[in-house]
Design a protein around this ligand. Sequence first.
Ligand code: ZN
Length: 160
Amino acid sequence: MQAADNTVVLIHYTLTGDSGEVIDTSEGREPLAYLQGSGNIIPGLEKALSGKRAGDKLKVSIEPADAYGIREDELVQVVPRSAFGGAADLEVGMQFQAQTPAGVRVVTIVEVEGDDITLDGNHPLAGERLHFDVVVAEVRAATEEELTHGHVHGPGGHHH
Ligand code: ZN
């Protein structure tokens, strides 16, 4: 079976950045399962996997626009410490949901300087070119329930 809209695709992958550092890998885990055509994974990778079959291997480089987007400067804001309702221990790297000019986003604290807290609403991989080394483990038809939910159930997918 070929990966097409409404099929479930299971992949083993290693993701590296431009400088060759490994950002994420499925090595040692069960393969990642996603529903082709549902935007479960970044658009560039979904496109590259279209038409692939179990056993196919591919290496693909994906530009930021087809990955986690380009960086948007207006998503970086400085807010006063008081905006956190007196929460202690604000540290660089902490993440939470917040209102931004682009709607509710996961934001990351990127700088703490006295009472000035700098938040970045860009995805941590925004602006990065991503390199995927992928082996297709399996392609199967999606169940009715998976199509209704828009995601995969069972191994490598949602458990609920
Ligand atoms: Zn579900």
